[in-house]
Design a protein around this ligand. Sequence first.
Ligand SMILES: N[C@@H](CCC(=O)N[C@@H](CS)C(=O)NCC(=O)O)C(=O)O
Length: 77
Amino acid sequence: MLTLYTKTGCPFCHKVLDVGKELGITFYEKNIADDAVAAELIARGGKRQVPYLVDTDRNVEMYESDDIVEYLKGHHA
Ligand SMILES: N[C@@H](CCC(=O)N[C@@H](CS)C(=O)NCC(=O)O)C(=O)O
């Protein structure tokens, strides 16, 4: 499963979501507008920054939209 932490209006998140759409990927999206989700993100990754991808099947987690896009194209295209 691919979980993507996002925030409404975040252009970096939209970049990842657009690539996901192109690749036919469905994300389980979690919005950090919810304080509990923001706290969960910080606990996982160490900082409050979106987008943040969690690929539970491969045990991979990462920040940075460019890295996420590259990862998705390499592993989920
Ligand atoms: N270089 C990062 C930039 C990400 C970034 O600046 N995200 C902003 C939202 S657009 C963020 O997480 N801000 C913290 C916050 O909104 O709490 C990337 O490309 O993913």
